[in-house]
Design a protein around this ligand. Structure first.
Ligand SMILES: [Zn+2]
Length: 161
């Protein structure tokens, strides 16, 4: 019995120590989320606010209306990086994907002249940009969204000549 009694306080003491050790950790953990939580609400509130667009880090105006597309750089979580191009929308028949054509000149050294070239991109088209055939569009590289889509439209410049 004595041994058990002797053992119990030790256990309790050790438990107390464990608790004492674990408590400060928990205490130290709890304040740290506090400041970060104070810092975090801003983006969270931004995302929650209807119509408020995320800052994508590119100097383009945010779309006028919001959308629910997770692959929208402004209202979803898709990061943009890499190359930017300007092009013209050729087709919007796919769901949330547009075909965008880009014409450019390539120098041919042998003939000392430029040749016209055309490239077509399959581009993710967020619903908030309302892309239609003929629109001038800014596109920017993003992570691959599908086998052929690794660009996303970030600005609709309308049907400018
Ligand atoms: Zn959007």
């Amino acid at each position: 019995m004595a041994k058990e009694r002797g053992g119990e306080p030790k256990d309790i003491a050790s438990l107390g120590e464990v608790l004492a050790v674990s408590k400060p950790k928990a205490a130290s953990k709890t304040p740290s989320p506090g400041p970060s939580a104070q810092a975090n609400p801003a983006p969270a509130a931004r995302a929650g606010r209807a119509g408020h667009a995320r800052d994508i880090g590119i100097d383009v105006p945010a779309p006028k209306r919001a959308c629910e597309d997770p692959h929208c750089p402004f209202h979803g979580t898709l990061p943009v990086r890499g190359q930017t191009f300007e092009g013209t929308v050729v087709s919007t028949r796919m769901q949330r994907t547009a075909v965008i054509e880009r014409k450019y000149l390539r120098y041919v050294q042998k003939f000392e002249r430029y040749e016209k070239r055309t490239k077509r991109f399959n581009v993710h088209s967020p619903p908030c940009l309302d892309l239609k055939a003929g629109d001038r569009v800014m596109l920017m590289e993003c992570r691959p969204i599908s086998k052929t889509v690794s660009f996303v439209a970030i600005q609709n410049r309308g049907t400018a000549a």
